[in-house]
Design a protein around this ligand. Sequence first.
Ligand code: PGA
Length: 249
Amino acid sequence: MSNKPIIIANWKMKLSTKEAVDLVKQIKAKVGKNNNVIVCPSFISINEVAKNLGKEIGLGAQDCFWEGVGSFTGEVSVNQLTEAGCQYVIVGHSERRKYLNETDEMVHNKTKMAISAGLIPIVCVGETFEQRQTGGQDYVIINQVTKALEGIEIKNDQSVIIAYEPVWVIGTGQAISPAEASHTHDVIRQVLIDLYGSQLVNNNFKIIYGGSVDQHNVNSFTALENIHGVLVGIASLKAEDFLPLIQNA
Ligand code: PGA
């Protein structure tokens, strides 16, 4: 990963395969090789999107399973993802934690499996509004990051992206302030240093922000030294929103 801000498009369950392919073609026509743009389509669109990516754009999945192979109806393995051309996989998104009851343990196991397959996991952490109101925000983040990674060895040639996404601002159009995000990024960085030491953290970890990032506010986040990129939902679904966002980052 270069030092340019990482821009990850999380298309959730919102685009048909045709729409995803059309969008990726438009992105490819505009971005240069030096951009760290990564798109995460639905599983069913990954193969078609992969054919249309070129070298300019990275490919990620929105989830993976924690076992390598076996009788797990409906699940998708990390090897199936790498075979399809993915280099990245989102794990522990708050929507999966909420609607599919994903626990910290599942997030840990998925992260471990992703790393073992050579994928770069994009591990999502974030507090709910209630947790923030009751002052438990930092504790929640420390706990989630620790449980996701503790005991997992990261080698020199392996990387991890942590995405800080305050759950209560996702999809609202109202991001938190860059200063607030920056505070939490420092908290996350400290947890990582406690787990892995500063050299590995400097070289192999990126910490990005997600939650109502758009073309107007993106630069206020990516301009900060400790915010290495953004995870974008709604503002990544249309070329007219996403291309200016990439430009402004
Ligand atoms: P949003 O979604 O940009 O629409 O807030 C971000 C995410 O859920 O990853």
